[in-house]
Design a protein around this ligand. Sequence first.
Ligand SMILES: Nc1nc2c(ncn2[C@@H]2O[C@H](COP(=O)(O)OP(=O)(O)O)[C@@H](O)[C@H]2O)c(=O)[nH]1
Ligand SMILES: Nc1ncnc2c1ncn2[C@@H]1O[C@H](COP(=O)(O)OP(=O)(O)O)[C@@H](O)[C@H]1O
Length: 392
Amino acid sequence: MGEAPAFYVDDMQRSFSNGVDLKLTGFETATAIGNKTYVIGGNDDPTSNGVRIFDKSTGEWVIPTVLGTKPKALEGHSCLVLNQDKILIIKSNSKSNESVWFLEVDTQFIQDQKRKFDSEVVAWSKGVIGDAERPVVISGPSGVGKGTLINLLMKEFPTKFGFSVSHTTRAPREKEQNRVHYHFTKRSVMEEEIKAGKFLEFAAVHGNLYGTSIEAVDVVADAGKRCILDIDVQGARSVRASSLEAIFIFVCPPSFEELEKRLRARGTETEEQIQKRLRNAKAELEQGNSPGLFDHILVNDDLEACYERLKNILGISKSMNTASKTQIEVFDLPVDLSLSKINENVLINCGPAEQSVVLDLSSMKGGAPGRTRGLNMYAFDPITEGANGCNF
Ligand SMILES: Nc1nc2c(ncn2[C@@H]2O[C@H](COP(=O)(O)OP(=O)(O)O)[C@@H](O)[C@H]2O)c(=O)[nH]1
Ligand SMILES: Nc1ncnc2c1ncn2[C@@H]1O[C@H](COP(=O)(O)OP(=O)(O)O)[C@@H](O)[C@H]1O
């Protein structure tokens, strides 16, 4: 008997589990991992969270908490078990760069959330073709110049950077616009949304709640821009522990006196708020030096010089505005497709071998609650790929 081919069609998709008819509807698929069968898809009814779980060991259905931004209108799709904690979903009849999704069912992130929610949890993570640049976290005490530096970046490189619009319970300052500077939110609403798993991170800062929703980061990634997060040190710790793989920059003032001078000159806080922010600044400046938390410390003395240093850290050259990003080839995936493993990658069978596509997972990184990045997709070549063991 010759060696088994290096690929096999995933036979885990079935509409029965242990003899129990799962009664799949519409566009649902069933994918089994261990005792659980994940029924994915179904109508796009906003109340249906798109995932049901049949637990063979109990014979019970479980409706899990679903985190992350789920794919819209998951009608035709095909699934493949990548490993014990992740299912690959490819949307049929879609653009290749919009087609790749992962349902995480037992990654470290999921295990952490299961403990927090004390229930079954799954999370969506959209696949990003190409290597989206790492997000940028900028922290520092109130009044140090974070917003000023970020505005300079966004103004000079409007197509390259996108700002992650946080939620906050703080009142808007004069000239601050809702959904531009912040999503200004009632505390009760924000607390509900935190419980619903909407946030990548959140923290109590200067007596108000602040938080970065998963969607705020996704929106920037979907626009093909590099995400900038202006968050406090607690938030930086949370993001450092997540799969976002950001670059962490701490901005500090040339002196504490200068920090106070700027905060007062900005004229946006009451005396009581200024005192509170200055008290917190002392702790934040200490945190800024915590080993392993920030990759870069930026002293914001002369604004222009500091801005140049920030651009160097981000690897931005003067010509960046004109340099076109490497174009990712986008093609249409058909209505009928199926998935099979081919060595370490996935073959998206689109009919005749020469119309099929390879999803290269070799550089895959990131994952829920953010995007899964570093994917590559290219036309299947029966000669080269077939030589590696695909016997068509
Ligand atoms: N953890 C966390 N902190 C945030 C977020 N958005 C803003 N912050 C931080 O909250 C603090 C107060 O922000 P703000 O009220 O705008 O005052 P500013 O620092 O004077 O601009 C700053 O340190 C921000 O970096 C967020 O989404 N998460
Ligand atoms: N290098 C600098 N030198 C002097 N003033 C500065 C400098 N950077 C920022 N500022 C001013 O300091 C104040 C606080 O800056 P801001 O960007 O709002 O800080 P943050 O967002 O960190 O709270 C603003 O009035 C801003 O114009």
